[in-house]
Structure formats: C-alpha cells, structure tokens
Ligand binder design. Structure first.
Ligand SMILES: Cc1cc2nc3c(=O)[nH]c(=O)nc-3n(C[C@H](O)[C@H](O)[C@H](O)COP(=O)(O)OP(=O)(O)OC[C@H]3O[C@@H](n4cnc5c(N)ncnc54)[C@H](O)[C@@H]3O)c2cc1C
Ligand code: FES
Length: 277
C-alpha cells in the first residue's frame, strides 16, 4: 500500500451530483486490481478528519479501443456527492494535489473459466464494475456472454452506459421512476434474465454485484437459489481502512459466526459467506 500526493488530471461532473476524477498516481494505478479501493484525504483541515474510501473505477492497464483515457500511471474514481467530504472533492480542480492511500482491500476474484458473467450495479455501485468488466474480457478466453444490469432511482443515477457498450457488454437498465429502461429495480432485470436467459448454472456462470445492501441481499438470495456463484462488494463506514479499528465489520459464516473486516478481508466477499442483519 502506498501513500502518495497525486495530481488531479480532471474532475468532471458526469451527471447531476456524480463526478469522475482522474488521478496521476503510478504507484497505485500499476498495482490496482478490480474491486480494490483508495482512501482519499479530502482536506488539510481537521474536518473532515477521516479519509474517504472510493473504489478504483478504472486504470490504464486494460486499455479500451478508440477512447481518450488514462495511461498506465493513472486511475479514475467515480463518486457521488453525499456529504461534506465529497462536496469538498467536487470543488477540486485540475492540477490540485490530493493525498491518497492505496490500493486497499481484496477485490474481485476472476476465474478464467467464466463463460457467462452477469454484472449487477445499483446507483454508484457501477463504479466498481468497469475495471472488472475490462479484466473479465482480458482474462476469460472462453467468455460467451457479458451482461450488465444497471439500476437507479432515475435516469441521472444510471452512469457509464456508453462506456460499457463500447466494451461490447449487453447493458440492460431499470429505473424506479421509469425515466430510463424498464420501470422497476435492478433485481427485476436479474430475475427476468435467470427466467429466460441462455445460461448454464454451475461453475461457468458468475455474478458480480455492487450497490446498496438491500440490493446485494436480494442478489445473494436469488443467485444462491439458482446455484450461481456470486461475489458482492460491500460498503461500510471506514475509519482506519487497515483492519485496526473494527469499525467496518460484517458477520460471516466462515467457520461459524465470524466477524470479518470489510476494509481488509473485503470489500468483495462471496455472497454465500455473508450473514445479513
Ligand atoms: C470500499 C468502499 C468503496 C466505495 N466506493 C465509492 C465510490 O466509488 N464512489 C462513491 O461515490 N462512493 C463510494 N463509497 C462511499 C463513499 O466512501 C462515501 O459516500 C463517502 O465516504 C461519503 O463521504 P462524505 O464526507 O461526502 O459524506 P458523509 O458526510 O460522511 O456522509 C453523508 C451521508 O452519506 C452516508 N454515507 C457515508 N459513507 C457511507 C458509506 N460508506 N456507506 C453508506 N453510506 C455512507 C452517511 O451515512 C450520510 O448519510 C465507497 C465506500 C466504501 C466502503
Ligand atoms: S475501517 Fe478500521 S478495521 Fe476496517
């Protein structure tokens, strides 16, 4: 893990309250794996004191054709303004310096025998799935279908559709207000696919999900019933992010009831391992 002062390459609003920030940080970018995160110090003042966690949205390692994007030394985060820390971040400018720690945590495990990969993202949970999609394409030579189900309250909450389509993912969208895609929640898209889709339950079909806990709990239940392997990326309020404060624990089934740390043992877990509250 590295602590670096990184130059901000861009910090652009991509949808109301959602921003994408490009960062020049070779030490972190060159070592980052899909699903890992960075801790960002958003201010030199005492308040906010704690760093904020953001998943590494993409790096330059797996390159996408025909698009201006980051090089090997750079990474991007995608974030939603929800409070003081992210508000301060949204006001940062190109060439400002920002204090980062990373790469942190354990990311997604990509089994190279995957033939069907189903990615499920709720709201800002999509941030975690882009670099995952790129790496699945690179690593899984027998891949037949790569699907992405995206959900949000309204059209402004559904991000990166074009970027995913450029990777040749089949993207399906659901919004609660019906302003984009099918009206409903993202779990409906998953249920529809599992009812009618051409997939084979077993080790060649994998699901990966990131979003609110309510969504992850549903996705875990559905994939469990269908015997589909599923990895989920959990969010927790974090203080130390190195496993010292126990602020981010989650109850798991590993060897009986065991508490694991989202920051160090995760944020990505096998869905079967989690004991939901
Ligand atoms: C491993 C990990 C990866 C993350 N990746 C991203 C990402 O890529 N993009 C992104 O936008 N956000 C991500 N988050 C969430 C992000 O860290 C928080 O939104 C951020 O810390 C909020 O800081 P703030 O000072 O703006 O808000 P605060 O003032 O701290 O909080 C504002 C509101 O947001 C809620 N909130 C804050 N943090 C969290 C959290 N972790 N989970 C649920 N609710 C929270 C608070 O309860 C409060 O209601 C991630 C969180 C984790 C744990
Ligand atoms: S945030 Fe301190 S143990 Fe995870």
């Amino acid at each position: 893990m590295y602590q670096v002062f990184s130059k901000i390459l861009f910090n652009t609003e991509v949808s109301p309250t959602y921003y994408k920030m490009g960062l020049d940080c070779p030490e972190i970018a060159s070592r980052a794996a899909p699903g890992q995160f960075i801790m960002v110090r958003v201010s030199n003042q005492w308040d906010p004191f704690l760093r904020r966690p953001f998943v590494i949205h993409r790096t330059g390692k797996a390159n996408t054709k025909g698009e201006k994007r980051c090089s090997d030394c750079q990474l991007e985060i995608l974030y939603k303004v929800v409070g003081k820390g992210t508000e301060i971040m949204s006001e940062m400018k190109e060439d400002d310096e920002i204090d980062l720690l990373g790469p942190m945590g354990k990311g997604y495990r990509i089994d190279t025998n995957i033939r069907t990969a189903i990615l499920v993202g709720g709201g800002i949970g999509v941030a975690s799935l882009f670099s995952l999609a790129e790496n699945i394409i690179l690593q899984c030579s027998g891949l037949k279908s790569l699907l992405l189900f995206l959900g949000g309250k309204g059209r402004d909450d559904v991000l990166c559709v074009e970027e995913f389509e450029k990777l040749s993912l089949e993207v399906r969208v659901a919004t609660e207000d019906g302003s984009l895609g099918q009206q409903g929640v993202v779990v409906d898209l998953l249920l529809d696919y599992l009812k009618f889709g051409d997939y084979s339950p077993g080790s060649s079909t994998h699901c990966f999900a990131c979003g609110p806990d309510t969504m992850l709990r549903e996705v875990s239940k559905i994939t469990g019933e269908k015997s589909i392997s599923c990895q989920i990326s959990l969010e927790a309020r974090m203080a130390c992010a190195v496993g010292a404060c126990l602020g981010c624990i989650v109850k798991t089934k590993a060897g009986g009831d065991v508490y694991k740390k989202v920051c160090k043992d995760g944020p990505v877990f096998d869905s079967n391992d989690i004991i939901w509250k």
